[in-house]
Design a protein around this ligand. Structure first.
Ligand SMILES: [Zn+2]
Length: 222
């Protein structure tokens, strides 16, 4: 995956299911999902993670900091209206991680209706005509909502909805996208994996079965 949210979201692809329109050739992220789908889902998880699981402690400052990173550099920049819309979208985006496939399908359909997503044929020069759903000139929050919806729809279509996961660390409320080949990722991008490894090592020490090997051997593989 392209390092950093800004880089990730600024590298959308073009194509029949492209969540974000772009004239740039799509970058290859090495993901098991199409780049545009992976990028949109990572962005959605980042937005969802600016609040707690029950939305009891939304961190608007964190959302305000990350929202401009959703900018692809092609449409209108992030404004106050976008921030308001993104705050309203946040619990609905997080709910995508907490529902069933049928529930997610309903939520996607609602978002596509609400944000007036319409497929359009766009001439992309050397790449020819592409069927695109996200209007490049739409407000940033609209582009985000539609991109997220199309990405979740792509997951459902591929039978990969279970890649939307919550971090396995009990005290962490983050959601994440499992982009590993064998769907084995358990922890979010934070320090949860390291903490889990140290915790496991201490448990082995306490039970007298630990050896002197580096506790980092327990680090989750991605
Ligand atoms: Zn975590």
């Amino acid at each position: 995956m392209t390092p950093g949210l800004a880089g990730a979201v600024a590298s959308p692809g073009v194509g029949s299911a492209s969540p974000v329109g772009s004239r740039r050739r799509p970058e290859r992220t090495g993901s098991v999902l199409p780049d545009e789908t992976a990028v949109a889902l990572v962005a959605a998880a980042a937005l969802a993670n600016t609040t707690t699981a029950d939305d009891a402690r939304p961190d608007d400052a964190a959302l305000d900091r990350m929202a401009p990173l959703l900018d692809t550099g092609e449409g209108p920049v992030c404004g106050a209206d976008d921030l308001r819309t993104l705050r309203g979208l946040r619990p609905r985006v997080r709910a995508l991680w907490q529902t069933t496939e049928d529930g997610a399908a309903c939520a996607v359909n609602d978002l596509l209706d609400e944000f007036d997503a319409r497929p359009r044929l766009v001439n992309r020069g050397p790449w020819g005509y592409r069927l695109e759903v996200v209007p490049v000139d739409a407000p940033l929050a609209t582009r985000f909502a539609i991109s997220t919806s199309i990405a979740v729809a792509d997951l459902l279509r591929r039978g990969e909805f279970r890649r939307l996961r919550s971090c396995a660390r009990p005290t962490c409320h983050n959601v994440m996208v499992d982009l590993s080949k064998n769907r084995s990722r358990r922890y979010c991008e934070g320090r949860c994996g390291n903490r889990a490894a140290v915790s496991a090592y201490r448990s082995r020490l306490a039970s007298g079965v630990a050896d002197d090997r580096d506790p980092s051997r327990d680090l989750p593989r991605r």
